[in-house]
Design a protein around this ligand. Sequence first.
Ligand SMILES: [Zn+2]
Length: 89
Amino acid sequence: MNIGRISDLISNDTCFEMIRENRWPDGTVLCPHCDSENVKKNGHDNVQVECQHYYCKSCKRYFDDLTNTVFAGHHRPLKVWIACLYLMG
Ligand SMILES: [Zn+2]
């Protein structure tokens, strides 16, 4: 499989949109720590700028698009492509 070729077809931005849609289908971002909707956007990742960061005002913790998913951890673009392929089924 040629990852480079796939990355030409789908942008990183699209990948993160897919991850967000899969995670929060109705568009309401829920805190992975306490399930609160009391969440505000908190800028983007320094390394992977498409990755949205959030701050939960209920439990005062930070998280991002990939927190508590199998794709969380290292900020490697390849992981995002794997995530995309997974979501595309
Ligand atoms: Zn919370």
